[in-house]
Write a new protein. Structure first.
Length: 278
């Protein structure tokens, strides 16, 4: 399948493509100056944590995004986890996820031009080479966000182009039409179990690795089956993932600071929020 890309002015055509395939890519969805600001802030943040870890090795800007992260991981994973949280709440990252262009296309895909939006779990994902700890198999994002309601998912490269070799996002084309797909609870690397889509569901659809240029923005349905590939390159992959909910839907209630899933097992959370719609 040859993936079509759409200009900022082609919201109607983009919506038609989205409805058919479950995803759409916008050319120049994130402008280059904004991405460069993000990269510079990321460099400063990593250098700050290298200093906290008392790592004094001379590292160039091009190396720090990869070697710097490896040195921090070797020192203490806490530093890497802190970078995740720090960069995702940094001003430069927040400027990306609060873009008027993203808002415009999300509202267009929701078919509500003036919908009030709630951004949820907008984060910078960092995938080290050959990482398995943060790798999920085929899943639907509807199980990883505010229950029910209506939302659009986003994904984009943040530092460099994404490809099969560095584990770009993969989609099962048209699988959003399944609605809530049959799931199996799957344990990941000895951690908690997560709902993953059964193989017989995925086998019904063509699977595609969506290679993307820096600056492109992908929007897709919360019901679209997707996963990230394995990063088999020698560099970390930095990507944007986030969700935008339509606050005006009757079902939507924003989570409080004390999220209601705390203290519940994944199974209890799933049953309490989805038993009526599965």
């Amino acid at each position: 399948m040859n993936i079509e890309r759409f200009d900022k002015s082609e919201s109607v055509l983009a919506k038609q493509y989205f409805d058919e395939f479950g995803f759409v890519i916008i050319k120049n969805g994130i402008d280059k100056p904004t991405l460069n600001d993000f990269k510079q802030e990321l460099l400063r943040i990593i250098r700050a944590y290298l200093s906290k870890a008392n790592i004094s090795e001379e590292i160039s800007d091009e190396q720090i995004l990869h070697k710097g992260m490896e040195l921090l991981e070797d020192s203490d994973h806490m530093f890497v986890a802190s970078i995740y949280d720090t960069i995702s709440l940094s001003p430069a990252f927040l400027r990306i996820v609060s873009s008027g262009l993203i808002e415009k296309f999300v509202c267009s895909l929701l078919e509500k031009p003036d919908a009030p939006l709630y951004g949820y779990t907008n984060r910078c994902l960092i995938a080290p080479p050959f990482d398995t700890v943060r790798t999920y198999d085929w899943h639907q994002e509807v199980f990883y966000t505010v229950p029910r309601g209506s939302f659009i998912q986003t994904w984009a490269p943040l530092i460099s182009d994404t490809s099969v070799s560095n584990g770009t996002i993969q989609v099962a084309i048209g699988s959003h039409r399944e609605g809530i797909a049959k799931q199996t609870w799957t344990e990941i690397d000895g951690r908690a179990s997560y709902p993953m889509i059964d193989d017989e569901i995925i086998a019904k659809y063509d699977q595609l690795s969506v290679e993307m240029k820096l600056g492109e923005l992908m929007l897709f349905s919360g019901y679209l089956a997707h996963r990230s590939g394995t990063n088999s390159s020698d560099k970390h992959r930095y990507s944007l993932v986030g969700m935008y909910h339509d606050v005006s839907t009757q079902e939507f209630i924003a989570p409080s600071v004390d999220l209601n899933h705390r203290g519940q097992t994944p199974e209890e959370y799933f049953n309490s929020h989805f038993e009526k719609i599965v």
